[in-house]
Design a protein around this ligand. Structure first.
Ligand code: ADP
Ligand code: ADP
Length: 227
């Protein structure tokens, strides 16, 4: 079953002489449960793709479907709800709220929805990420690896079907990178979560089931490594 589809996806930034075509009519289909790595040189359109898949930004042309929902049909409120509940977003620089504790950061998407987290699942997530002793700390009191684990816990709490990660290990040392990747692989396997991970690290990409390579806003190779 496909969870994600884009058709003719195009993003042009700027106007007039300053136009940059970041994505150029990209077609892509991702099956439920796939772990996909997106690689390519800096400026090839990887981050732009992720922003469009997550509904964070709008395409200039073309469409994104997530579980048969055409993202272009969502009004701003539904789009925000869609992003919180359906898609987990993980960034290189964590995007934690500095004035909130780790616990509050993790449950923030649910607070915004006036929902209560499942405490048992919350405990399971923070223990598996090894941050159970840090819940009352502020992000500034954590190491980079712990901050990224907090961001991952936040992205997992809604059990989103789709996890989008932009250079999730870009700012971490090798040991932490390895652990983060192992965690992503586990949630991919156990929760059947679909993962799309942007990375410039080709060794890291080898951990994925499928490697899609971008060049100048186009897919130049799409390699399925598990079948
Ligand atoms: P990557 O993630 O592969 O480094 P990006 O998607 O960030 O690539 O960028 C693709 C191209 O679009 C680059 O030429 C970049 O400079 C340009 N670009 C990205 N975001 C913007 C923006 N907000 N405004 C103008 N140009 C942008
Ligand atoms: P990454 O390194 O993770 O690919 P970037 O550094 O490309 O991220 O982009 C970081 C932010 O800056 C994004 O929000 C992107 O839209 C914006 N951006 C990237 N390139 C440009 C550009 N040439 N002009 C304006 N904004 C840009």
């Amino acid at each position: 079953m496909e969870i994600l589809k884009c058709a003719g996806l195009t993003k042009v930034y700027g106007t007039g002489d300053n136009q940059v075509t970041a994505l150029d009519h990209v077609n892509l289909c991702i099956e439920k449960g796939e772990f996909v790595a997106v690689i390519g040189a800096s400026g090839s359109g990887k981050s732009t793709l992720l922003h469009l898949l997550g509904g964070v930004d709008q395409p200039t042309e073309g469409k994104v479907f997530v579980e048969d929902t055409d993202l272009s049909t969502l009004n701003p409120t539904s789009a925000a709800i869609f992003r919180r509940r359906k898609v987990g977003l993980i960034y290189q620089f964590y995007n934690l709220i500095p004035t909130l504790t780790v616990r509050r950061n993790i449950i923030m998407p649910m607070l915004l929805d006036k929902k209560k987290p499942d405490e048992e699942y919350f405990d399971q997530v923070v223990v598996s990420l090894g941050i159970q002793d840090k819940l009352n700390c502020l992000p500034s009191q954590l190491s980079g690896g712990q901050q990224q684990r907090t961001a991952i816990a936040r992205s997992l709490l809604y059990r989103p079907a789709l996890l989008l990660a932009d250079e999730p290990t870009g700012n971490l040392d090798q040991k932490n990178s390895r652990e983060i990747i192992e965690m992503l692989k586990l949630s991919n396997k156990n929760l059947k979560q679909t993962i799309v991970m942007v990375t410039h690290d080709e060794k890291l990409a080898l951990e994925a089931d499928r490697i899609i390579t971008f060049e100048d806003g186009r897919i130049i190779s799409d390699e399925n490594r598990r079948r």
